[in-house]
Design a protein around this ligand. Sequence first.
Ligand code: SAH
Ligand code: SF4
Length: 380
Amino acid sequence: MTDATKTNLLGLTQPELESFFESIGEKRFRAGQVMKWIHHFGVDDFDAMSNIGKALRDKLKACAEIRGPEVVSQDISSDGTRKWVVRVASGSCVETVYIPQGGRGTLCVSSQAGCALDCSFCSTGKQGFNSDLTAAEIIGQVWIANKSFGTVPAKIDRAITNVVMMGMGEPLLNFDNVVAAMNLMMDDLGYGISKRKVTLSTSGVVPMIDKLAQVTDVALALSLHAPNDELRNQLVPINKKYPLDVLLPACRRYIDGLGDKRYLTVEYTLLKGVNDQPEHAAQMIALLKDFPCKINLIPFNPFPFSGYERPSNNAIRRFQDLLHKAGFNVTVRTTRGDDIDAACGQLVGQVQDRTRRSERYIAVRQLSSEAEEPRANNRN
Ligand code: SAH
Ligand code: SF4
């Protein structure tokens, strides 16, 4: 159990930790020392912090703690994919998935337990919203994954080279905690991951995209899924509030603000007979013309009672080819971690549904963070 009287240092950014030390009458530089112990060495015991004197360690033990979410299970797939189920303070469980590929190791992190946005093909959405994760619960997923590799210091022997906020939840609806956690991912005293390798994926919460631009320069991914408003309204209901003609300019502003050679990742889940036809590819080509982007096609991962199907491999290839011929950089996400149910749409969710959709509770949730299979030109 979390001790409410103690400050959890795990989710504090450097300035926050400096203020914390000041508030207990200590020097601000202690923040850097403690951050290294926490994030580089995965330490949660103040007594292990050998460059901190006993008096301060005792003081810290009395008023602070280093506590990640509780690990319910950890599985390792034969293909190297790892999956953790962690329990957060609200009682719900969320998943984190690690996907190694080539020299890369991508960690897919959750930001909320459940999601309120109710996209029609997403099992997380079907479970409803339960809770926002705290900054400690978000960065805690990186902390846990990193520790599992036993690679210390984390910064030097990197198992995790990329983080994608593509787990459960809409990260822009848990803005402050997600931003704090991403800052820790990028901080050299945290995980030292480059801003180009931390990606936030959103379904399109337009005002928050502009707000994001003011506080960070991480990579942005947009869950597009439909090339016109009529279809997108059905698949991604938040489109009714923020339609394509306001969404794409917001993404453009964000990307333009990042400077040279940055691009938007466009995620497009292919649903058989729904959005996978040549006419959709043609609309997409027109919509994204001149937009600095890479397109990532995600073949739909079925879950019970979804009502959708995955297109055939031929249909997926045809769609990819059409975009590719029009000059886009297009990848198709491959499924990984099948044997541990870590692939898209296979993850077992245990969200405690507080919303109206309890009758539709489905114990399978989607999480999307498979490796990508590049079949790209060199547009970017
Ligand atoms: N809420 C954010 C972050 C989730 S990322 C967002 O929507 O962008 C997860 C990605 O997988 C999103 O692009 C999502 O739309 C997609 N997805 C959801 N359910 C899926 C399913 N069953 N099969 C394939 N992709 C799915
Ligand atoms: Fe929420 Fe993203 Fe799923 Fe939509 S696709 S319901 S925004 S998690």
